[in-house]
Design a protein around this ligand. Structure first.
Ligand code: ATP
Length: 354
């Protein structure tokens, strides 16, 4: 059997709690089916800076080349010193061309959510757009020619737009979804959003069985509130997607319920939508759901890519156990209405694996 090598990047703050939680679930689930995975622990974030003077040291960078998958904790970039390039957000998505971030949100009937029939998969482009850490390999996409003016630039390419659109349609097909909505602002950003939409339209022609619609980004935000049940798969550009996916997490009740998988041709990375949550770090209250489900998504991706059925089975077992624990509503964290801590919820997920 092919070697499955997965790199683990703990990251900052709650990363130190949700990464060990996720690994303990994976370890038990893999043992149930005798699936061997080589786990490689690497430093990223403040610990990496303490040891190597860089939040993304070359030792980590080099090792990541050998891994097909990454499980990444969050980066506490909001607290990093400004104007010091050694405190950087690791450019993992850009470097390894993991261009699409797949973010499902789902409203569990027994949890408090905005509406109880939400089931949306967001597909966000994550290697270009407005976010400077993603668009630039040297220099900066943001600059200030004098103290009164700041300029940010946005990059949209045909290749970037086309491949994220194709991923959205492939996801729609794989999960038997009926519709893909492309969210944009072409009437204002005629060239950049214009190019994004042109490519979405072209790709949609290859998937005649899936409905395709276009919606302005502001209308999308409003309709996500008024009629979220009408959305199925939503594809959009980087910054718009960043905002919509947090909005999506809010719709189902917590950022702790928003998993994510960044995918490319050769590598994928499990990464929760939420950030490093320094306000709750070290208190055993972070919800481990998002990273655990993100990791199950990674194993499913690896199972499909390498044709290793056991990886798909492990993914399914983890998802079933997480659903059982959430639906029972007993061993769940405070953010979703429970009284349990991170460790207790993780133990319940492990105990329900079968
Ligand atoms: P970033 O800029 O890195 O995306 P952020 O500024 O959006 O981060 P988060 O760190 O995601 O902020 O936290 C936003 C809020 O959500 C905080 O109040 C935090 O405690 C809460 N939160 C985030 N993740 C979780 C979690 N796993 N469980 C419970 N609450 C969480």
């Amino acid at each position: 059997m092919q070697d499955i090598r997965i790199a683990i990047l703990e990251g900052d703050d709650v990363g130190k709690e949700i990464i060990p939680a996720t690994l303990s679930v994976l370890d038990t689930a893999c043992k149930l089916v005798n699936l061997d995975i080589t786990w490689v622990n690497l430093l990223m974030g403040t610990d990496a800076h303490n040891k190597y003077g860089d939040t993304y040291p070359k030792e980590t960078d080099k090792e990541l080349n050998n891994a097909i998958g990454i499980i990444a904790g969050p980066i506490g970039h909001n607290a990093y010193p400004r104007n010091d390039p050694s405190w950087r957000i690791p450019p993992l998505r850009k470097q390894f061309e993991m261009f699409a971030s797949i973010k499902p949100i789902y409203s569990y009937k027994n949890l408090q959510s905005y509406k109880n029939n939400i089931d949306i998969i967001f597909v966000r482009e994550v290697t270009e757009g407005l976010l400077s850490s993603e668009t630039i390999v040297a220099g900066s996409a943001e600059y200030r020619p004098n103290d009164e003016i700041t300029i940010s630039s946005r990059v949209i390419t045909r290749k970037g737009a086309s491949r994220v659109a194709r991923e959205a349609f492939k996801i729609a097909k794989y999960y038997n979804r009926k519709k893909v909505t492309a969210a944009h602002k072409e009437p204002v950003y005629r060239l950049s959003c214009g190019m994004f939409i042109e490519e979405c339209r072209k790709v949609s022609l290859d998937f005649p069985d899936i409905n395709y619609e276009e919606k302005l980004i502001d209308t999308t935000a409003m309709h996500l509130i008024t009629s979220p049940e009408e959305f199925d798969v939503v594809v959009t550009t980087n910054q718009f997607g960043d905002i919509l996916t947090d909005l999506g997490a809010g719709l189902v009740g917590s950022l702790g319920l928003a998993p994510g998988l960044c995918v490319g041709e050769h590598k994928a990375m499990a990464q929760a939508t939420h950030g490093s949550a320094p306000d709750i770090a070290g208190q055993d209250i972070a919800n481990p759901y998002a990273l655990i489900v993100s990791s199950a998504m990674l194993l499913e991706w690896i199972g499909n890519k390498l044709k290793i059925d056991k990886a798909n089975i492990v993914a399914k077992k983890i998802k079933q156990s997480v659903d059982t624990v959430i639906e029972a509503g007993v061993n769940i964290t405070k953010d979703i209405g429970g009284n349990s801590g991170t460790k207790e919820m993780t133990k319940a997920i492990i105990d329900n694996l079968k």
